[in-house]
Design a protein. Structure first.
Length: 132
């Protein structure tokens, strides 16, 4: 059962500007070490990071209304890619705890970029275990 959706769009040049103005601060307080490492392997790191930023926002929108604090650190949302290039949310302990509180069993994500824009879409799902 779908219990949350989130979508976010961002201009790539906005991330490029943040990287120029606040490089270390922005990277350190927004992205995981693995996301930063993966961005360095890309032809256009700002596009990769914009995709991850949009994913963090989309996850927040899909999940936050289902938790008491309605806030969480973006660094707990780590978006990586499978070998085929498709994105996935790598769920570590901090995010697992929030998803448990929200009664969310699974997150589905899709990310696309075109010219100057990135869009991320997330579905938060609760699995009906009575049908198993």
């Amino acid at each position: 059962m779908i219990i949350g959706i989130g979508v976010d769009t961002i201009k790539i040049n906005r991330i490029e500007k943040k990287l120029k103005e606040q490089h270390n601060f922005f990277l350190t307080y927004t992205f995981t070490e693995e996301e930063i490492k993966q961005s360095k392997n890309r032809l256009r790191p700002a596009v990769y990071l914009a995709e991850r930023f949009a994913a963090k926002e989309a996850v927040y929108k899909a999940v936050a209304s289902h938790i008491h604090s309605r806030f969480f650190d973006f660094r707990i949302v780590e978006t990586l890619n499978h070998e085929d290039g498709s994105p996935y949310i790598n769920i570590h302990d901090d995010l697992k705890q929030i998803l448990s509180e929200a009664q969310i069993d699974r997150l589905h994500i899709s990310i696309t970029s075109e010219k100057d824009d990135v869009i991320a879409f997330v579905i938060a799902e609760k699995i009906d275990k009575t049908n198993f």
